[in-house]
Design a binder for this molecule. Sequence first.
Ligand code: KG4
Ligand code: ZN
Length: 381
Amino acid sequence: MIRPAKGKSGDDGVRILAIESSCDESAAAVLDRERGLLAHELYSQVDLHQVHGGVVPELASRDHVQRLLPLVERALAAAATTPAQLDGVAYTAGPGLIGALLTGAALARSLAYAWGVPALGVHHLEGHLLAPLLEPDPPPFPHVALLVSGGHTMLVEAGGIGEYRLLGETRDDAAGEAFDKSAKLLGLPYPGGPHLARLSGSGRPGRHHFPRPMLERSAGLEFSFSGLKTAVLHAVREAQGVPAAPAAGEPNDPSRRGGGPRPLDPAVAADIALEVQSAIVETLVVKSMRALEQTGHGSLVVAGGVGANRALRAALDAAAQRRGARVYYPRLEFCTDNAAMIAVAGLARLAAGEHDDLAIRARAQWPLASLGRPTPEERHP
Ligand code: KG4
Ligand code: ZN
């Protein structure tokens, strides 16, 4: 049975449950069109994956299976909402880790079936893009969005909900990946972005210089971050007294030449961290300002985990102010993965009558530009 756009109460109130499980965060949220965000619950698997130095997909899926239903129950209780008051269930259908996605999709689809309401698979990046709509002063459309997460770095022109045009993206590593890989080389725990940001606070500027590839105008709005980790590796090796390349006739094994690499001096690690952050921030700022210039828009939305970085926020604010433009951010906790943002995207579409059929669907890859405006039709992820 498919319910129309009207809420169960017969008035305009529409209330939905949303579930997120695309990577290593399990989350559930309840959003009401009139009353706003009623509850959001999150469990981060960071401790589970930290010992492995990165997300292990099978462990992520197994943990989602255990965590999701209790999170849904907690979110409904915190929102003082019974299933009978819900008008739909939204879930992240992609892009992401396929096994992880399927755990949330199967649960959401089953709950919606049992409760007799529509289910809708949401695009994870549309969730990130629309997260700032939860704030008291939401961004106007059209705007430019900078999407910077562990898996994506892209600039998007957003004409409205579902109207996304890709302006440019990374050719290799994502900005979050560049933070995480550099942090790993500095011996910081996973995920390294926030740790590197913290360490950079005590760094001394100018002691290292890292590349800012593709800043030139001819590179347009494309990004490339893969060269950064190589430059960081060289800087770390140099600081540890490891020769860059083996001398002629010598094996490249520093332990045979007197004791092996020195432990990295924490002050030097902080200097490197500061310059890594500066290189990433400067690149993101230059490209974002170029995107505003090219489109003529005066608003920039920043979304995704790297949007939590304070140096990035300060630099973007300053650069935008010089242009007379404004930057909009989600609150810090909604920069990284969460179900509240999935609820925003899901509610916009469910309230318009959009819904899936009874199949359980998930997509590891799903181009953002293939989305359209919310429609009162059956559409599938
Ligand atoms: O959006 P998100 O939670 O997950 C993905 O969809 O990828 O983003 C996670 C990424 C990680 O790479 C993490 O290191 C980075 O966001 N991140 C940060 C900060 N907080 C999270 N990077 C730099 N500075 C931060 N404060
Ligand atoms: Zn994300």
